[in-house]
Design a protein around this ligand. Structure first.
Ligand SMILES: *[C@@H]1O[C@H](CO)[C@@H](O)[C@H](O)[C@H]1NC(C)=O
Ligand SMILES: *[C@@H]1O[C@H](CO)[C@@H](O)[C@H](O)[C@H]1NC(C)=O
Ligand SMILES: *[C@@H]1O[C@H](CO)[C@@H](O)[C@H](O)[C@H]1NC(C)=O
Length: 427
């Protein structure tokens, strides 16, 4: 714990260096009522080819009853410079909300009374319950939520007496300097990591050849012959924008759909019960074993899932891994709700790394124009190229849905200073 505390102090020092202003001042830059803050995760040490899968409880985050407007992140080195994906592959980062009993001294969970405040669904348990999360595409993916919408957090009425709202940051990064097979390491191929057991020490099934079970924290991917491991330190730098909650903000719900979700619907005395089974990852087999470089092979995976409560789509984005060529969410009648297409880099600099997904296109429908009906069954489709095989790929869809619209203002154009305008009108 002492060690963690030192890390935290150090990360604050870095934050001050990066921003060049005192910490208290750095905290609230305000523009049109929108506040913005830049935070650094604790320091993450990586040797060549090693894996970090860190969970930081009580991570720095804006406090109070606020509306979140965006969350952007990237990996930086000790000097604050962006680290390209071919050096440190950012498998994912995830930010989750939880409530912790006030008198708990330890940093993590442990007290049974602490619990995750998950998003609105729809996987089982706390699976994919995060508020935000992206991977290699994080530098090139828009995350802002258009006015007058926002994600409501910190509402004192929702925090049980004696509890505090806190945030968990999970960072999964893979160092691929000096490795034998860069893509193989990023796809967590078990043979490259020499892993045969899962986190609990149980043997992995022989047909499990790659995925998150083979790249745990501190695992080592195979280096090229003669390469010496070099340690380096990285941080996840994240920028959060928000404004103070007021009644003009229209709240959005967060849904994350997973193409591996196999839903079983059962009818019992209490009504319809649905058992989601999101597996998060899947495998894309090469379309041809004889022609390794077959061209134009397509792997399509689909699942159909009902959304109990619908609403108006405000934002949509898919998450895919290298090899992904796009993902579409369809309504029950076959209409396209949102299509999200990856863009690949074609250079070496951070944000444009060749062969990596460096951004995902997003959907910002005109508010009110894309509606999901209560109980509507959506179909999620995730396409990958299967010219070569891929392990541990994902097909997630992140959706922000508003249950109401800001009626009076729907026909006006939404300015970025919406709340300011509202105040001018009413005061
Ligand atoms: C892989 O694991 C086996 C058994 O766990 C061990 O004997 C072997 O030395 C390991 N190989 C490498 C390259 O680490
Ligand atoms: C995915 O593949 C299907 C079947 O070929 C195609 O109809 C759809 O347009 C593709 N979607 C994307 C986003 O590539
Ligand atoms: C990368 O792609 C951009 C846009 O498509 C293009 O202008 C540029 O020349 C390409 N760069 C390289 C190194 O291929």
């Amino acid at each position: 714990m002492c060690f963690e505390f030192q890390d935290l102090v150090f990360s604050l020092v870095i934050l001050v260096l990066v921003l060049g202003t005192p910490i208290s001042g750095a905290f609230a830059k305000s523009e049109n009522n929108v506040k913005s803050a830049v935070f650094l995760s604790p320091k993450i040490e990586l040797g060549s080819g090693s894996v970090a899968n860190k969970f930081y409880y009580d991570t720095d985050f804006p406090r109070g009853h606020i509306a979140l407007k965006s969350f952007n992140a990237e990996v930086v080195d000790e000097a604050g410079n962006p680290v390209p994906l071919h050096e440190t592959y950012l498998h994912h980062w995830v930010v989750a909300r939880y409530h912790q009993h006030k008198h708990v001294i330890h940093k993590g969970f442990g007290d049974n009374s602490d619990y995750v405040v998950r998003n609105n669904g729809i996987c089982q348990g706390n699976v994919l319950g995060q508020y935000f999360g992206l991977g290699s595409e994080t530098r090139g993916t828009a995350t802002h939520i258009p006015d007058p919408f926002g994600i409501e957090i910190g509402n004192p009425e929702e925090i049980p007496y004696g509890y505090e709202e806190k945030w968990l940051l999970n960072v999964h990064a893979i160092d691929t300097r000096g490795v034998e097979d860069r893509m193989g390491c990023t796809e967590c191929k078990c043979d490259l990591y020499n892993v045969t057991k899962n986190e609990r020490g149980e043997p992995l099934s022989p047909d499990y050849i790659g995925g998150l079970h083979c790249c745990h924290d501190l695992d080592q991917c195979r280096l090229r012959e003669g390469v010496l491991s070099i340690k380096r330190s990285i941080y996840l730098k994240y920028t959060v924008k928000w404004f103070d909650w007021d009644n003009f903000v229209v709240p959005v719900k967060i849904y994350i759909l997973d193409v591996t979700d196999t839903l079983q619907i059962s009818d019992n005395s209490k009504g319809i019960n649905s058992n989601h089974a999101c597996k998060i990852e899947y495998e894309v087999k090469s379309c041809s074993t004889s022609h390794k470089d077959g061209n134009g092979c397509l792997h399509v995976k689909r699942t159909s899932l009902p959304l109990r409560t619908g609403g108006y789509v405000v934002y949509g984005v898919a998450h895919q891994h290298s090899g992904g060529i796009g993902s579409t969410l369809y309504g029950q009648d076959g209409r396209v709700i949102c299509s999200s297409i990856p863009s690949y880099g074609n250079g070496t600099e951070a944000g444009n790394e060749a062969d990596y997904i460096v951004g995902m296109s997003t959907c910002y429908p005109q508010p009110g124009s894309v509606k999901i009906i209560d109980g509507e069954t959506l179909t999620l489709e995730s396409n990958y190229s299967s010219n070569r095989g891929h392990t541990g790929v994902m097909g997630l869809f992140y959706l922000l849905v508003a249950e109401q619209l800001p009626h009076q203002y729907i026909r006006h154009s939404f300015l970025s200073s919406f709340t300011l305008d509202m105040k001018n009108i009413f005061y």
